[in-house]
Design a protein around this ligand. Structure first.
Ligand code: ATP
Length: 243
């Protein structure tokens, strides 16, 4: 089966700093893939390149069989790349339903249809009872859920989740895990950045570890967490494995 997403030899430089260095990854249709790695490894930068927020300094990005490297974020969203942001971007002075309508308008230019879609997504994400509340009045776990809801309202083929399970109580995190599984059951492919290994590893089919901007290891979660290179990267002790 062809991959839904591929990055081919992608580099991102910010002046002298190399945030992504020759990163080639692929995500198969229907997979849940975890993108992990220590702080500053280049995970969010790679998300920005995939979503089209930034053009890569070098390399290409193939989505759904098309080279989208030079397409801006809005065009990629139209093609089916949905994303959440690590810093919650919800419009705090708008209601929950209006935030989700913003996402739904990507595909439904008729307001009535966009509203219908937004209600459907709020039911799906368990936020229906909060539809008319201001986004600023949501608790942190609900704000993350709203991020997911708005991304789902764009009807993505690929959903990029940036730390949506981080900073939650164990119960909230398990509710989030259940939502990600439910998303995959609808046929949406998921690529997620997470820090909390014990939550994310049982959820993903495959894990890709970035360190110092490069792909360090990829494979089955159970193998990845035991890999000495990964342990050393998290300990900041890269010399121990000659990396
Ligand atoms: N717009 C930018 N301008 C300059 N440097 C940047 C920019 N964005 C990211 N960086 C740098 O690129 C490197 C990778 O950052 P990035 O946010 O991608 O890492 P990350 O793995 O997502 O980290 P974290 O887990 O802490 O969120 C860091 O050194 C960061 O300071």
């Amino acid at each position: 089966m062809t991959a839904l997403l591929e990055t081919r030899g992608v580099w991102q430089r910010f002046g002298g700093l190399v945030a992504n260095s020759d990163v080639s990854i692929s995500v198969g249709r229907g997979e849940i893939v975890g993108l992990i790695g220590p702080n500053g490894a280049g995970k969010s930068t790679l998300f920005n390149l995939i979503a089209g927020v930034l053009p890569p300094t070098q390399g290409s990005i193939i989505f759904d069989g098309e080279d989208v490297t030079n397409l801006p974020a809005a065009a990629r969203c139209q093609r089916g790349v949905g994303r959440t942001f690590q810093v919650v971007k919800s419009f705090e002075t708008m209601t929950v339903i209006d935030n989700v309508i913003v996402g739904a308008l990507v595909r439904n230019t008729v307001m009535r249809e966009a509203r219908r879609k937004a209600h459907e997504v709020l039911e799906f994400t368990g936020l229906a009872a909060r539809a008319d509340v201001l986004a600023s009045d949501l608790v942190p776990a609900e704000k993350r859920r709203l991020e997911v809801a708005r991304a789902l309202a764009t009807e993505p083929k690929l959903l990029l989740l940036d730390e949506v399970l981080t900073g939650l109580t164990p119960t909230e995190a398990q509710t989030g895990v259940a939502l990600v599984r439910k998303v995959r059951e609808t046929g949406i492919t998921v690529l997620m950045v997470e820090h909390v290994m014990e939550i994310v590893m049982p959820l993903v089919d495959r894990a890709i570890v970035l360190d110092l901007g490069k792909v360090l290891v990829e494979g089955k979660p159970a193998d990845v967490v035991r890999d000495p290179k990964v342990i050393s990267a998290y300990l900041g002790d890269r010399h121990a494995v000659g990396a």
